[in-house]
Write a protein that binds this ligand. Structure first.
Ligand code: URP
Ligand code: ZN
Ligand code: ZN
Ligand code: ZN
Length: 461
């Protein structure tokens, strides 16, 4: 009997704080040893010469099979997690959104039915709370104990949004029980006001989506969300910061010593409001909330990532086929909000982050994996390359050049917002708990092998 089921040898191992060359010895899905010349003690060997070995990506913001905007996001837990795996992501945390009239436990049951036996990588679930009542109050501490340790509130979207009172109560109860609250911060009254004016003057095209919700609308809501967190002594995680107006609110609160954290997404670092000008109805590809912003925000967001103002990069993967987007052909408010991105996050962040000199290679690991694991109660089992941790690894060829096209991707949708962008560096293999599940752009793992992960409380970073 050999010491290891598998040794990945000769790679350059990169963690959130170190780079070193060596071998990784894996047994029963866990990393057992980091060292040199481990191959002879292994049943099987994978040669990673010339490649980086990164902790598998963790995407803490996905919407798979989600009922939204009168339709469903087009990737389910099977197709979405396969695309994620091909792109080097080994864990997701998806949002289980409480339908009106349902309890949190009923919501969990609904989402576990979608995910269990379908997902191909490991997954956790955040609970999006849409209503507060005695039952919700009673369930919050219990679901945290069951491993659903993070919550979300939406400040917009009919049927999902909560008022400040409910928001405050979620902050108060969840934080008292070692849960973390995240927030989609935009002001619904501002959006309604501008939308009405735009539609009344016949401005119905996709580009008016962005005009209906200016950056201040996100900044104001972020400020309000942070104020509520301050008053309840709760930590807060602001999802998908798109602009200086929101990120600067997080910066200010952190400088004052409050436990406020934030995320951005590749689309806000690489795409801009100019995309809404694409011909015909193509601007609808980029209709998401918050919307793409002026390019001038890019530098601010890269700096915020570098300075630790924002700690993570997630995708907000929420794909819709163009035929679904066409529900809003005559009215931008009827375009389902969201865009794909689950397969490209790691490659985009390496190419446009590390290769272009915007972030260090260690920062890349922090933003895409280690910090995410810490914040969402997955660390150190996930998010690192450490003895005792899961052997979730992305093998990455820093020299591989790829021109992005929908045709090379596996997301269940008929476009990518990143079409024609050039990449230098691409994932070539993905291991999940020691199993080679993706290689050279194809999913090759066993079907439906993903496991639900119970998460512990947040580490504030
Ligand atoms: O437009 C978006 N972002 N759709 C997904 C739901 C959300 O707001 O995160
Ligand atoms: Zn959102
Ligand atoms: Zn989202
Ligand atoms: Zn393929």
């Amino acid at each position: 009997m050999k010491d290891f089921d598998l040794v990945i040898r000769n790679g350059t191992i990169v963690t959130s704080s170190d780079i070193f060359s060596g071998d990784i010895g894996i047994k029963r899905g866990e990393i057992k040893e980091l060292g040199r010349n481990l191959s002879e003690r292994a049943e099987d060997v994978y040669d990673a010469k010339g490649k980086y070995i990164f902790p598998g990506g963790i995407d803490a913001h996905t919407h798979l099979d989600m009922p939204f905007g009168g339709t469903f996001s087009s990737d389910d837990f099977n197709t979405g997690t396969k695309a994620a795996a091909i792109g080097g992501t080994t864990t997701i945390v998806d949002f289980a959104v409480q339908p009106q009239g349902k309890t949190l436990n009923e919501t969990i049951e609904m989402w576990r039915e979608k995910a269990d036996g379908n997902a191909c990588i490991d997954y956790g679930l955040h609970l999006a709370i849409t209503q507060m009542n005695d039952k919700t109050r009673e369930e919050i501490p219990q679901v945290i104990r069951d491993g659903y340790s993070s919550f979300k509130v939406f400040m917009i979207y009919e049927g999902m949004m909560v008022d400040d009172l409910t928001f405050m109560e979620v902050l108060d109860i969840a934080s008292e029980n070692n849960g973390l609250i995240s927030v989609h911060a935009e002001n619904p009254f501002v959006i309604d006001y501008f939308t009405k004016k735009l539609l009344e003057s016949g401005k119905t095209a996709p580009k008016y989506h962005e005009i209906s919700r200016p950056a201040y609308c996100e900044g104001e809501a972020t400020n309000r969300a942070i104020s509520l967190a301050k008053m309840t002594n709760a930590p807060l995680y602001v999802v998908h910061c798109s602009c200086e107006e929101s990120a600067s609110e997080i910066k200010k609160a952190r400088e004052e010593g409050f436990p406020i954290m934030g995320e951005t997404c590749p689309q806000y670092l690489l795409l801009s409001r100019d995309n809404y000008e694409e011909e015909g109805f193509n601007g609808a590809k980029y209709v998401m909330s918050p919307p793409l912003r002026d390019k001038k925000n890019w530098n601010y967001l890269w700096k915020a990532l570098n300075d630790g103002v924002l700690q993570t990069v997630a995708t907000d993967h929420c794909p819709f086929f163009m035929k679904q987007k066409r529900m809003g052909l005559d009215d931008f408010t009827k375009i389902p909000n969201g865009a794909p991105g689950i397969e490209l996050r790691m490659a985009l962040m390496y190419s446009y982050g590390v290769d272009k000199g915007n972030i260090s290679i260690e920062k890349f690991v922090q933003l895409t994996s280690t910090n995410v694991a810490k914040i969402f109660g997955l660390y150190p089992k996930k998010g690192s390359i450490v003895v005792g941790g899961d052997a979730d690894l992305m093998i990455f060829d820093p020299e591989k050049k790829v021109k992005i096209s929908k045709d090379i991707l596996h997301e269940n949708v008929d476009y990518t917002p990143y079409e024609e962008l050039e990449l230098k560096g691409y994932p070539v293999a993905t291991f999940s708990r020691g199993e080679l599940i993706a290689e050279d752009g194809e999913y090759i793992g066993s079907e439906n092998r993903g496991e639900f992960i119970k998460r512990s409380g947040p580490k504030i970073i």
